[in-house]
Design a protein around this ligand. Structure first.
Ligand code: 5GP
Length: 119
């Protein structure tokens, strides 16, 4: 969990436009975009556009408040669009915690009881 924010991380490049993304929602504070390796149909990621927090321990409380509001808003939009039976919010911290991209993000993963999640 230690270390410095790497400005070359994938989500930083998405924010700067260096890597394309399919955007779902954007305002001045947050970006929601499609996960390129979705675990289910409609898998969305939500990130801050302003914070250089790598994980939940580092994020400023006011940024976290905007992120969680965006997670709820995006979950509502995904639910309306895809009508899943449920959804999972996931958030990983540190390599041992399953994190692979070190720019804080929340996963919104729609779920259907008759569909297996991908690996
Ligand atoms: P983590 O394990 O860090 O919570 O998840 C990182 C997520 O970023 C993974 O679900 C992965 O599929 C996604 N991801 C990795 N590279 C890209 C990319 O270039 N574009 C998008 N949209 N998602 C990515």
């Amino acid at each position: 969990l230690t270390g410095a924010y790497d400005p070359e991380n994938i989500f930083s490049k998405i924010l700067s436009g260096g890597i394309p993304s399919v955007k779902v929602w954007e305002d001045e504070d947050v970006l929601a975009f499609m996960d390129v390796f979705p675990q289910s149909e409609g898998h969305v990621l939500v990130i801050s556009k302003t914070s250089r927090a790598r994980n939940l321990l580092e994020v400023e409380p006011e940024v976290l408040a905007k992120l969680t509001a965006a997670v709820q808003r995006t979950a509502k939009a995904v639910t309306k669009a895809l009508e899943p039976e449920g959804f999972s919010i996931m958030q990983f911290n540190g390599e041992a915690g399953g994190q692979t991209v070190y720019h804080l993000h929340f996963h919104i993963i729609p779920r259907w009881s008759d569909r297996q999640l991908k690996g």
